[in-house]
Design a protein around this ligand. Structure first.
Ligand code: ISE
Length: 336
């Protein structure tokens, strides 16, 4: 056994967080709570956000996201800025050789997502992990592990409900929310989407869309239905996989129940921070562990790019009323 004197102290990793609205501030606090991590800098063009998070985690506050993403001083950077800015910031960090945890979606267009893939391919190594955190959620992990026990997959049903969300343009509903369900289907089954038929209810008088139903065919011929709702009364996510020899269902986080006034209540909460808190913590800790091993694990930019192609097909089908094929390019070896 190595003597204590021979053990090298583990150097703290220097992490920056770009975009510290709700999601970025949550990452900054989560990372600051892990051992061996110093959140040294945060950046947000909205200075009060930068200052508040910097104070909470003992970091320096900046207002220029691109300058922080391009910094040579960091071991890793979390990108949690507005969605459309993700590609430019991820590419800037890649060019510095910095590890990245980029919130989903990787981009808001297929073309921009491809630019990040091409930047990584040019570098010849993976540095970016995409924040599809459900892949770390204990219930999803258990379903994935148990899948071989249910035989041939016949269909999947993914349900995703946001509570009290402001009506959003269809592109945002699909790109910001349903993209998670698309990734869940891919990582659980290891299959790709072949075709999508989607229906969106809206626009409502406010101009926004609220419910989207996508009925999809996977490459094996199995089907997946993705149901999304922005007008629910509690936050909820579930995936059910129906197989030839059994079916599997993700549960929600464990909650106490309350008997009161003749009812049996379970408090679900209204946002994803509570439902998926553990998944985010596990994801962020896994990202840090992989930086220590000088590698990237977890969802790749290829996953982000393919998810974006499916997002595109859902939007096209909702507007055209037709079944839209999903035609994927060949997967480069880097993402084998
Ligand atoms: C939000 O941006 C998230 O990432 C949540 O995980 C998701 O459930 C929600 O629908 C999105 O709006």
């Amino acid at each position: 056994m190595a003597s204590v004197e021979n053990e090298r102290p583990v150097r703290s990793l220097r992490i920056g967080v770009v975009g510290v609205g709700g999601m970025g501030a949550f990452h900054a606090r989560t990372l600051a709570g892990l051992g061996g991590v110093d959140v040294v800098a945060v950046a947000d063009p909205h200075e009060p956000n930068a200052v508040a998070t910097a104070e909470a985690v003992g970091a320096e506050a900046f207002t220029d996201p691109l300058a922080l993403a391009s910094s040579e001083e960091l071991d890793g950077v979390v990108i949690a800025s507005p969605d459309a800015t993700h590609p430019e910031l991820a590419i800037a960090a890649l060019e510095r050789g910095t590890f990245v945890l980029c919130e989903k979606p990787l981009a808001t267009t297929v073309g921009d997502a491809r630019r990040v893939v091409d930047a990584e391919l040019a570098l010849g190594r993976r540095l970016v992990q995409v924040g599809f955190m459900r892949q770390y959620d204990p219930a999803h992990v258990q379903v994935a592990a148990a899948l071989p026990s249910i035989g041939r997959i016949d269909y999947l049903r993914a349900v995703h409900r946001n509570a009290g969300a402001d009506p959003r343009p269809l592109e945002r509903v699909v790109c910001q929310s349903m993209v998670h369900d698309i990734h869940s289907v891919r990582f659980l089954t290891g299959e790709e989407f072949a075709a999508v038929t989607a229906f969106a209810s809206g626009p409502f008088p406010s101009g926004g869309y609220r419910h989207v139903l996508a009925v999809c065919t996977l490459t094996s011929g199995a089907h997946a239905s993705l149901e999304f709702d922005d007008t629910a009364f509690a936050y909820e996510v579930s995936v059910e996989v129906v197989g030839a020899d059994g079916d599997l269902l993700t549960g929600g986080p464990v909650r106490a129940t309350r008997r009161h006034g003749g009812s049996l209540d379970v408090h679900l909460g209204t946002d994803w921070f509570g439902w998926f808190a553990e998944a985010y913590r596990i994801q962020d800790a896994a990202w840090i562990a992989s930086i220590r091993e000088n590698r990237t694990s977890g969802p790749s930019v290829w996953d982000g790019y393919v998810a974006q192609m499916v997002v595109d097909a859902v939007i096209r089908s909702s507007t055209s009323g037709r079944t839209e094929p999903v035609e994927l390019p060949e997967r480069p070896d880097l993402y084998a």
